[in-house]
Design a protein around this ligand. Structure first.
Ligand code: TRP
Length: 448
């Protein structure tokens, strides 16, 4: 007998899981470091614009495909465009997810190490220089970061092998609001540091003389990365959604949360960077040197730091679950036994794939891969090439292969919104999105 497909027990469960996928290291770790190396305020403004215009319309496009077909991405594309190669968008998504998880889990491991050290070793009370040295010594020690990396992957596998609802839905309802509260506390302390103003203006006042084609491509990549777009993850999640749920409201909540956390992350970090005399363009280590120093300036800072790291670890894990989930759903469909097996095989393969990224800061620091370390190149390939490419293909696919009336029906089903929302969305998806993505990519290649 065919098993009935599970559905989300509530709309809020879906939003939390989709937001759980979106909100993670992308907003908290990646946004500040990429903004820091790409000019600050102007980068953030362009990122906001891309998130609101392109991000929201793509998110809705993925939601529509998922809810309409109620299938995993590859089968969904096959159903909508039979006997064609469009299903390769789903294949590209699965490959991208494996590549993302390979370095995402390395940074997840750094959080694990920091959390353990903050609990057992006391991480507060040092100067920002000492934090730089400490972090450099941690990430160059292959055994410590290797073990932490493995721990992170194993937690991800254990949760994903047990299935979508049980694993993800429940805990988000407590952890996400807590993370938000502690972030507020951190921001309040950061913006009241002596010399905070310079950091606030670096982050919020755009200086357009800093903008290059690369800045724009990075902002685009960051917008997709932080909403988990372009890899069919949101197709997978929304395939569990019922027709009564409003896609537009759900997309609004996910985008709103993503922007809010990115904004708070910038405000928590840049004031500290300038107040402590650090450089904003330090790269992937940025939050690991700045945040503990800000916590050291708060009463009971050690305690708050541990709590913060624990919540950040949770947010990171919920994103990692989504990355592994898509691989597992695609390969195992609804077969429970196969699910367990694929979770382990895919998870461990991704761990192996992540080892060179992990060693990029230590043993392999001198390995020059086309002019940069392996870690940065994988991140670049995924975020600035594969995600925009996946997004571009989806924005071409939907208007081309799905009927307008069908799209309108699906977009507005479950919501009481007026149909002019549909026209705006359709215009953004069909024209603005593909042109903007193609222009950003061609520009960096020197074609435009
Ligand atoms: N969006 C997550 C974050 O910001 C990371 C992530 C999860 C992701 N799934 C993704 C990024 C899919 C790109 C594509 O931390």
């Amino acid at each position: 007998m065919k098993q009935a497909r599970e559905q989300w027990t509530s709309k809020i469960g879906f939003i939390l899981a989709a937001a759980g996928s979106a909100v993670g290291l992308g907003a908290v770790w990646r946004l500040p470091y990429v903004a820091g190396t790409n000019g600050g305020g102007a980068f953030f403004l362009i990122f906001l614009l891309f998130t609101l215009l392109l991000g929201t319309s793509l998110l809705l496009a993925e939601f529509i495909i998922g809810r309409k077909t109620q299938k995993d991405p590859i089968s969904a594309f096959k159903e909508l465009a039979p006997n064609s190669s469009w299903y390769l968008i789903g294949v590209l998504g699965v490959i991208s997810c494996c590549l993302i998880l390979s370095f995402y889990s390395v940074v997840g491991g750094w959080i694990v190490t920091y959390l353990l050290r903050s609990i057992f070793g006391g991480l507060t009370g040092r100067s920002s220089e000492e934090y730089s040295e400490l972090f450099a010594s941690i990430i160059s020690n292959p055994w410590e970061v290797g073990a932490a990396h493995l721990v992170f992957i194993i937690i991800t596998i254990l949760v994903v092998q047990n299935g979508i609802q049980k694993g993800i839905e429940r805990a988000s309802t407590i952890m996400m609001p807590l993370l938000f509260i502690i972030f507020l506390l951190l921001v309040v302390r950061a913006v009241t540091l002596d010399g905070a103003m310079e950091g606030i203006s670096f982050f919020l006042l755009p200086d357009f003389s800093q903008v290059t084609g690369e800045t724009i491509l990075f902002a685009l990549g960051q917008a997709f990365f932080s909403l988990s777009l372009g890899v069919s993850i949101m197709i997978t999640y929304s395939s569990y959604l019922s027709k009564q749920d409003s896609l537009i409201h759900s997309a609004g909540s996910v985008v709103g949360l993503g922007i809010l956390i990115s904004f708070l992350a910038g405000l928590a970090i840049f004031p500290g960077v300038f107040a402590f005399g650090l450089q904003p363009d330090e790269g992937p280590s940025l939050i690991f040197t700045v945040l503990p120093a800000v916590f050291s300036e708060i009463a009971f800072g050690g305690l708050f730091l541990s709590l913060f790291l624990m919540l950040l670890l949770f947010a990171t894990l919920t994103s990692a679950f989504s990355l592994l989930e898509i691989v597992v759903t695609t390969a195992a469909k609804n077969n429970k036994q196969l699910r367990k097996k694929t979770a382990w095989i895919a998870g461990l393969a991704v761990f192996l794939l992540g080892i060179p990224s992990n060693l990029s800061f230590g043993l392999l620091a001198d390995w020059d891969v086309f002019g940069d370390i392996f870690f940065n190149q994988i991140d670049f390939l995924v975020s600035n090439v594969l995600l925009p490419l996946g997004a571009l293909l989806i924005s071409i696919f939907v208007p081309l292969k799905m009927k307008k009336a069908e799209l309108k029906n699906e977009l507005l089903s479950g919501s009481s919104l007026h149909s002019r929302y549909f026209s705006t969305w359709y215009f953004l998806l069909k024209y603005v999105t593909p042109i903007a993505i193609a222009a950003a990519m061609l520009n960096v290649l020197g074609v435009l």
